[in-house]
Design a protein around this ligand. Sequence first.
Ligand code: BMA
Length: 328
Amino acid sequence: MPAKEQSQVRGRSRSQGVRTTLLTRVGDGPLLRPTDRWWENQAVFNPGAAEGPDGVIHLLYRAQGQDHVSRFGHATTRDGVTIEERWPEPVFEPDLQDEFERLGTEDPRLVRMDHTYYVTYTAASLYRASDPHPEWLPPGSPPWRVRVSLALTEDFRTFTRLGVVLPEMDNKDTVLFPEKIRGKYVLLHRLPPDMWIAMSADLKTWEDHRVVLRTRPALWDEYKLGAGPPPVRTPSGWLVCYHGIDHHHVYRAGFALLDLEDPSQVLGRSSDPALEPRESWELRGQTPRVVFPSGMILRGDELLVYYGAADAVVGVAQASLRAVLASL
Ligand code: BMA
């Protein structure tokens, strides 16, 4: 975008942000807030983001109304920081006939491969599988269950459900890489407290599960961590933005870099968080002190990160890719 136009984006100039370490908030408030519509009048947060072939950025966000069921809303932006369209109805809702997602569909993450957008999301239910890996369930697991499901769309109006991708385990924070690597689909997932990686030939059977990032004692990601947005390809490696939680339940965002050919190999990792809750709308909401990165767009050297704040609103922050890579 030309410099002049950039500074005139309606009320949202890229120079207005509050500087943290690496990511700078764009504008002086949330990018998306709840509306008075029944399905999104309580909270809108944790958006997936993907850029279409025409340069339009699609945001698929988690929305809650008074029933507290999570559905997905759809918004678009071309410059990345000005919302142009926001669909008045939810575009995706829990399938009440589906035992895996009766309690809601949450935290959509988006990648585009050719003309198809792949949506991985958390399906919430009371479903209890006879778990072949009970040791993977964290002690004191809550009575509700979470699985990861996959849906495909080309237009954000009709979706094809491919169902649960990792049926045998409670799981969330699952993101697909935006391209196959050595002929296989690759995803990052989370078995608390760590981030895992797995491969698949067909998007159905996932194999070769390995830990890729572990929690680190006495750092901002000491308690739990999970993938944020899907990884973004850079010349130096796959850039991963992830959330880390400390023992005070503060959610922050940071970066890691994975090998392009073998993404189970970690090439670098932030020692400091790149974004942490500081604004009032990040400190207070449904869940206090949360920034939860979930969408990332790279344009030239500019990296835009979309995040849920306090499980209540959506924020956007920017960084220079060069600066991020230099920090890892
Ligand atoms: C995670 C997920 C997210 C949520 C975050 C902060 O475990 O449930 O949906 O935004 O916690 O509460």
